[in-house]
Design a protein around this ligand. Structure first.
Ligand code: SF4
Length: 65
């Protein structure tokens, strides 16, 4: 699985991290999202897709291998 956060569109709402805390972290400096180490493990795919659906900016792209 591949998980990407579009830096230009992320507005730091934090919904992704709330929805999928095993996949996403939020940077302290601006609250924007990043993919945690191990966050793209296939076992998190369902959760990552839920976060992508929850993102108001559609800034998350999840692709299967
Ligand atoms: S929900 Fe979307 S806009 Fe909000 S922090 Fe996550 S990726 Fe960024």
């Amino acid at each position: 699985m591949k998980v990407e956060v579009d830096e230009l569109h992320c507005q730091g709402h934090g919904l992704c991290q709330m929805t999928s805390p095993d996949v996403f972290g939020l940077r302290e400096e601006d609250g924007h999202s990043y993919v945690l180490p191990g966050g793209a493990d296939p076992k998190h795919e369902e959760s990552a897709r839920q976060a992508a659906a929850a993102c108001p900016e559609r800034a998350i792209v999840v692709t299967s291998d």
